[in-house]
Design a protein around this ligand. Structure first.
Ligand code: PRP
Ligand code: ZN
Length: 299
């Protein structure tokens, strides 16, 4: 592929972030052609291709400028950043944008019979994790010395196998912990998806496309929680109705033909519009209420 004129974005091949990332790119207008199980997705209509990789590989791919952009969890980024610093390397990661998906947390979890009485209970314990650097920082910030057992996976069964007293692992729904009779006791890191970029300077062409893409991402994220609402109301009810519209800036007020005392109100609400809100609006005098999804938005 032409490295001069095409951007490369590294995304998670299969996991928590894959579907929402592909959906985001799709909403940004990208049409991707991708053969079954292929590592490479070709952008048909934008100068942008997608590399499907293990999420743990994304920090290095972007740091080494193999890909200009990467979408990954803050947890993976932070762990790699701390590892590089610990090994005496420079970690030049730049987060371009925080995204509204992939929420999860790195947490400490103990077996049911473990008596946990605050962080002091961790002193001298063996903690299994795939995030040794993030855990080490958290422990040292609390002046706790513990034995970090670094594993490459299946952390949740380590206590049962006698390899550790407790674990430090990613939790999103909590079902993995539940299935393994583990109880969450402390949060080590809150995480969500982010977009990172290469530390290497971009050509004007690529920089322009990165900027356009970020604008579109911003638009997509804004649209998610937004609704367009239309209603009719008596002029006298205007102040009350404006107060009830959730998160709207300046609504458009239109005269209604043949009815001097009534107007139509159109507004973008930056929050979801619930049934309760519609009911309150109706009580305040509104009628012909209509709530529409917002498809695109560009400030
Ligand atoms: C994490 C973690 C658990 C699971 C927790 O793995 O190791 O297995 O997710 O999720 P839950 O609370 O919804 O059950 P992840 O999918 O991130 O795999 P990876 O570390 O191999 O990328
Ligand atoms: Zn992973």
């Amino acid at each position: 592929m032409d490295r001069e004129t095409r951007l490369r974005v590294a995304i998670q091949k299969s996991g928590r972030l894959t579907d929402p990332t592909l959906e985001l790119l799709n909403l940004c207008g990208l049409k991707l052609s991708r053969g079954k199980d292929q590592l490479f997705g070709f952008g048909e209509n934008l100068p942008l291709d997608v590399l499907f990789v293990r999420d743990d590989d994304i920090p290095d791919l972007v740091h080494e400028d193999v890909c200009e952009l990467g979408v990954l969890g803050l947890n993976v980024l932070e762990e790699r950043r701390l590892e590089m610093i610990a090994r005496g390397h420079e970690a030049r990661f730049e987060v371009l944008r925080h995204l509204d998906f992939g929420r999860c947390r790195l947490a400490l979890a103990v077996p049911e019979d473990f008596e946990f009485r605050g962080v002091e209970s961790l002193r001298g314990r063996r903690i299994a994790t795939t995030y040794p650097f993030t855990l080490a920082r958290w422990l040292s910030e609390r002046n706790i010395t513990a034995d970090i057992v670094t594993l490459s996976g299946a952390v949740e069964i380590a206590p049962r196998l006698g390899r550790a007293d407790l674990i430090c692992d990613l939790v999103s729904t909590g079902s993995t912990l539940q299935a393994n009779h583990l109880r969450e006791v402390e949060t080590v890191l809150e995480s969500h998806a982010v977009i990172i970029r290469t530390p290497v300077a971009l050509s004007a062409f690529k920089a322009d496309w990165v900027e356009r893409l970020m604008m579109r991402v911003g638009g997509v994220e804004q649209v998610k929680g937004s609704k367009y609402i239309m209603l009719h109301a008596p002029r006298s009810a205007l102040p009350a109705i404006r107060r009830l519209l959730p998160g709207s800036e300046s609504p458009t007020i239109l005269p209604l033909d043949g009815a001097d005392d009534r107007v139509a109100i159109h507004a973008v609400c930056r929050e979801n519009v619930f049934w309760e809100t519609l009911e309150s609006l109706k009580k305040a005098g509104a009628s012909s209420l209509l709530v529409l999804p917002v498809e695109k938005m560009l400030a």
